[in-house]
Design a protein around this ligand. Structure first.
Ligand code: ADP
Ligand code: MG
Length: 405
């Protein structure tokens, strides 16, 4: 990968850079600005060399449509505060607003394009549609810097296709993330424990197959657990679950047993009445009731692991030499449902293992519990990206930086 350390003489040059500013929001308040802070070293370095910066980023999944709910306005404001330089938010992604903003850029100034996922071409499965959009992005820069580690596993216009059109370099964050994660793929100290949770069940179940090959113990909590519990024949009520993956989960359990690996599942769960959860307001009006994992009432939803599970999981972590954790153990944005996630965070902080926490929501959770980045070996800005890297997959946004163009 060509590094931005190799870039010279940026005065007067427009640097088009992809960042990952997909931060958690409550209304228009950013609840964890870790991803913005993680981008600062690269942005500051480029600015100090006199570059004009044009930043591309996304927020949420607006699915190719302009939706003010997913505007990058809160990000532009926070980035400006952190950089100490005004950040102009373009009115659109590649339209007249963006063109005008880019044209009027002076050296040392910063424009943030609107949410790239407002454009249907950004995440299109049709190569030509992505390439056409990337061509428009390319008009905004002389060189491209890839620094959005959280999106390098995506074959998207602002991540992948653009890197084929301009001289492309890895930013400091991408370099740092790759160097830490490489340590986990090359001969990790054992036992190596991987903790998986969160909500992207369909995405993340696919990684289990490969992770089983590299890890010694897999701990599964959060929304990921219920498809497994269902595979054991348990009632899972209204819990998050992927019916199409129940059989595969049963197979993973058998495979793990045959390979002498351990998969730990919750033995108890904290349940809620789903009607009492207001996800938009992040409030819960009713009680949290803990029950054994095999005795979930049909009308309730598993929203956290229970205390017995937390104890078992923490014990496995305490014996590990390497731990990678992605995905909260419950709906940890709500304090009454954060106990399981807190227990895992505490176990990681206490353990002497080399620990890596990955994922936007997981990182937000540990920071909101009051932990500092230095309490862990590394907090990765990427959830899906770090998982795919650990699986040994080729990440399109990294591979393209190795190509000559
Ligand atoms: P990350 O951002 O760390 O990669 P994900 O995006 O996969 O993690 O998952 C985070 C989300 O998972 C959080 O919003 C959390 O509320 C949700 N979650 C965790 N456990 C459950 C559960 N049991 N049921 C529903 N949602 C859950
Ligand atoms: Mg997330």
């Amino acid at each position: 990968m060509k590094s931005i350390a190799d870039m010279q003489d940026l005065a007067g040059k427009r640097v088009l850079i992809r960042c990952d500013f997909n931060v958690p929001l409550k209304g228009d308040t950013i609840t964890d600005d870790g991803r913005i802070k993680a981008a600062l070293p690269t942005l500051e370095k480029l600015l100090s060399q006199g570059a004009k910066l044009v930043i591309m980023a996304h927020l949420g999944r607006p699915d190719g449509q302009v939706n003010p709910k997913y505007s990058l306005a809160p990000v532009a404001k926070r980035l400006g505060e952190l950089l100490g330089v005004p950040v102009t938010l373009a009115a659109d992604v590649v339209g007249p607003g963006a063109k005008a903003a880019v044209e009027s850029l002076a050296d040392g100034q910063v424009v943030l394009l609107e949410n790239v996922r407002f454009e249907p071409g950004e995440a299109s499965k049709v190569d030509a549609e992505r390439q056409a959009l990337a061509q428009q992005y390319a008009n905004f820069g002389d060189v491209f810097v890839s620094d959005g580690f959280g999106v390098v596993h995506r074959k998207q216009a602002s991540v992948y296709d653009i890197a084929k059109l301009l001289p492309a370099y890895a930013g400091l964050l991408v370099e740092k993330e790759v160097s830490v994660l490489r340590k986990l793929t090359v001969d990790p100290a054992r036992p190596y424990v991987v903790v998986l949770g969160g909500a992207k069940v369909a995405d993340k179940l696919a990684v289990i197959d490969n992770l089983l090959k590299v890890a010694d113990t897999l701990i599964i909590g959060g929304g990921m657990a219920y498809t497994f519990l269902k595979a054991l024949g348990y009632e899972v009520g209204a819990s998050l679950m992927d019916e199409s993956k129940v059989e595969a989960c049963g197979d993973y359990l058998k495979q793990a047993a045959a390979q002498g690996k351990t998969i730990l599942l919750p033995v108890d769960v904290a349940t809620i009445n789903p009607a009492e959860l207001d996800f938009a307001a992040m409030t819960l009006s009713g009680d949290v009731v803990v029950c054994p994992a095999e005795e979930m009432p049909v009308e309730r939803e598993g929203a956290d692991i229970g205390p017995a599970s937390a104890k078992i999981f923490a014990e496995a972590i305490s014996k590990a030499a390497t731990v990678f954790w992605n995905g909260p153990m419950g709906i940890s944005e709500i304090p009454a449902l954060a106990a399981g996630t807190k227990a895992i965070a505490a176990a990681l902080v206490e353990s002497s293992a080399f620990s890596v926490v990955g994922g936007g929501d997981s990182a937000a959770a540990v920071r909101n519990f009051g932990y500092a980045d230095g309490d862990f070996g590394h907090i990765s800005t990427g959830g899906g990206a770090s998982l795919e890297y650990l699986e040994g997959k080729t990440l399109p946004g990294l591979a393209v930086l190795d190509e000559e163009n």
